[in-house]
Design a protein around this ligand. Sequence first.
Ligand SMILES: NC(=O)c1ccc[n+]([C@@H]2O[C@H](COP(=O)([O-])OP(=O)(O)OC[C@H]3O[C@@H](n4cnc5c(N)ncnc54)[C@H](OP(=O)(O)O)[C@@H]3O)[C@@H](O)[C@H]2O)c1
Length: 330
Amino acid sequence: MEYRPNPDRYSGIMQYRTCGHSGIKLPILSLGLWHNFGSVDNFETATAMVKHAFDNGINHFDLANNYGPIPGSAEENFGRILKRSFINHRDEMLITTKAGHFMWEGPYGDGSSRKNLISSLNQSLKRMQLDYVDVFYSHRYDGFTPIEETLQTLVDIVKQGKALYVGISKYPPRETKFAYEYLKSQNVPCLLHQDRYSMFTRNVEQEILGIAGDNGVGFVGFSPLAQGLLTNKYLHGIPEGSRAARADGFLKIEQVTPAVIEKVKQLNELASNRGQTLAEMALAWALRDNRVTSLIIGASSVAQLDDNLKALNNLQFSNEELDTIERILA
Ligand SMILES: NC(=O)c1ccc[n+]([C@@H]2O[C@H](COP(=O)([O-])OP(=O)(O)OC[C@H]3O[C@@H](n4cnc5c(N)ncnc54)[C@H](OP(=O)(O)O)[C@@H]3O)[C@@H](O)[C@H]2O)c1
C-alpha cells in the first residue's frame, strides 16, 4: 500500500530549533542510521522506523559512508526507502552523510584527504540515489591530512552542488576554531558540529559547545542514550539481540559494568519519579542547553522511537533534579 505521511507531522509533538546562525531549523530529535539499517538488519523494520520518524516530525536523517554492516548498506537501504516511499518528500528532508573513517582498502579509503572525501561522497550519492546531500561532514580530524586540504574539499563539494552545507564531526577544539574560520573565509560557513553528548559523555561541555555557540554553528549531539546504556535495557543483564550482545555492535559488554549499572539504577528511579522512562529523561536532559540544536538518536524498533519521542512531553527540570543528576553522575 502506498505510504501517506501523517498530514499533522509538523503540528504535533516535535519542536524545531534554529541551527546556529543559519536559516535551517532542525527537529530537536533526529534519526541516525549507524546501527539497525544495514544489510544484516530487517528491512521492513528499518522502513517502519523511517516512516514513523517522519510521521512525527523527524525530518533529519543522519548517515555516513560506512554505516551498515556491511559498510555502505545503510545508505543503500535508505536510498531504497526514499525511492519507494518518499519520492515526493525529498525537499522536506535534511539528509546528511560523512566520510573520514575506514571504508575501503588501500591508501585512499580512509582519512580526510581530498581523494577520500570526494570519492566517498560520489559513492554515497550513488548508494542513496540522490543528486545531493543537505550536509556533508568531515567525519573526523585525522591528525594527518593538512586541515586546509580537508576544509577546501568541503568548500569545493558545496561549489560542485553535491552538498548544500558542510559540517565537521569530532574535531578537537583548536582544529574546530581553525575550521570555522577557514570555512567562513571561503563563504561556506560550517552549519553543523557533530559530537558525542550524553549524561555519560560530557566533554563537549568544556569547550566545543561554547565555540560552536559563539561562532553561530549548530551543535548536534550523537549517542545521547550512550548507545542504550541510558535506558532501562541493561538493568537486569544483557538482553539477547541488544547492541551490547551483538557481535557487530559498537557497545561492548565490558562497558556494561556494575558501576555504570548502579548509576543507571539511580537515574532510572529519578526518571520514574518524574513520570518518565530513563530514555525520555536522558534525552530531555541533553536538550536542556539551547546550544544543542538536535540529538541524533538510534533505535532498533518503532516502539523505542515512540518511547524516545515521549521525552518531548517534559523537557523541564527543577534545580533539585539537576543537582540530583550531578550527584549520581559524579
Ligand atoms: N559522528 C560520529 O562519529 C557518530 C558516531 C556515532 C553515532 N553517530 C550518529 O548518532 C546516531 C545515534 O547513535 P546511537 O545509535 O549510538 O544513539 P543512542 O540513541 O545513544 O543509542 C541507540 C540505541 O539505544 C537503544 N535504545 C534506543 N531507544 C531505546 C529505548 N527507548 N529503550 C531501550 N533501548 C533503547 C537501542 O539499542 P538496541 O539495539 O540495543 O535496542 C538503540 O539502537 C547514529 O545513528 C549516527 O547517525 C555519529
